[in-house]
Design a binder for this molecule. Structure first.
Ligand code: 2P0
Length: 320
């Protein structure tokens, strides 16, 4: 019987992934760039057990749907191992999942690493990243450390680290919005955009270009250039949703107010940049010395109830 524990950090999209090409296994239609966030951590233990079925306990996503998705992912691990192994999985998120912050990236990165180790699969980083991608596209980017980029145009897309966590000298202030109506998942949202948004093809062309440009900006140390691109890229991704039929609008008034607040902060010399995933929670990235000012600004926006501040993190870690 073998057992392993893995810690993974949620990977926030900087040049967003929002669209797939045909085929199974979350094949991205374009490259994307993201950063692992230290404050959003998933810890997963996988044990090989004697039983004839998996036992899956996910504190964060305590739903039969989430357990079924994890079970389907374990089928891929069994296939790679070439053995009918069964697992006990215990997973918890170190951050409030109830707040609706994206957890599938850290969730599937931790599950892939823990289950692969417990099954004695010796996967290198590239193979582990490609495996995690099959659970959730963004999970591929949570395997390597720091600023990571998903390589799209290969049979088994995977992510690489393009820069260490300190390459972007920011912290990330996440404004947690009071939850509104139930969100549409990223998976369903990107499928709806591909089917019905007249902006989708243009978005995919832009996404391809942005991922490449952002890598160059990060590597050349052009922090403000990177911030401007990240902000524009997020708004372009959301515009794809605005043009869907029916429209897919993740923003709440507080989300847009946070973008306006970032513009105003910059006018006052505080270089804060906005991004937002497939949900209402705005994220401002900025130099750490402005954390108090940014926090105060976000908390003054009606509809935002708390702020989580995070530094960038390394990649997935397997501990015993
Ligand atoms: C990103 N998102 O780049 C983008 C921005 C959400 C908005 O990657 O269907 O949950 O599991 O491959 O990984 C979220 O997409 O989608 C995501 P699936 P996933 O971070």
């Amino acid at each position: 019987m073998s057992r392993a524990t893995a810690i993974a950090y949620a990977n926030l999209g900087l040049a967003k992934y929002w669209g797939k090409r045909p085929g199974a296994g979350n094949l991205p239609a374009a490259g994307s760039v993201g950063v692992n966030l230290k404050a959003l951590r998933t810890i997963t233990t996988a044990s090989v057990i004697d039983g004839d079925r998996d036992e899956i306990r996910l504190d964060g996503e305590n739903s039969p749907k989430a357990a079924a998705r994890a079970g389907a992912f374990l089928d891929l691990v069994r296939e790679l191992a070439g053995k009918p192994l069964h697992f006990r999985i215990e997973s918890r998120n170190d951050f409030p999942t109830a707040a609706g912050l994206a957890s599938s990236s850290s969730g599937f990165a931790a599950l892939a690493a823990a289950a692969a180790h417990a099954a004695d699969l010796r996967l290198d980083e590239r193979a582990l990243s490609a495996l995690a991608r099959k659970g959730s596209g963004s999970a591929a980017r949570a395997i390597p450390g720091g600023v990571t980029r998903l390589i799209p145009d290969v049979d088994e897309p995977y992510a690489v680290s393009i820069a260490p966590p300190e390459a972007l000298p920011w912290v990330w202030s996440i404004g947690v919005a009071k939850t509104g109506p139930k969100d549409i998942s990223s998976r369903d949202g990107m499928a709806a955009c591909a089917e019905t948004s007249s902006f989708h093809d243009a978005w995919i062309r832009r996404a391809r270009e942005d991922a490449e440009t952002l890598e160059r900006l990060v590597l050349s140390g052009d922090v403000d250039g990177a911030g401007a691109l990240i902000e524009a890229n997020a708004l372009a991704m959301h515009a794809d949703g605005f043009a869907a039929r029916p429209p897919l609008v993740y923003f709440l008034p507080a989300t847009l107010a946070a973008w306006r607040a970032a513009v105003e902060l910059r006018r006052q010399g505080v270089m804060a940049w906005f991004t937002c995933d497939a949900g209402p929670h705005p994220v401002l990235m900025h130099p750490p010395q402005h954390a108090a000012r940014v926090r105060e600004t976000l908390l003054a926006i009606p509809g935002l109830e708390r702020v989580i501040v995070s530094a960038a993190a390394g990649g997935v870690e397997v501990t015993g």
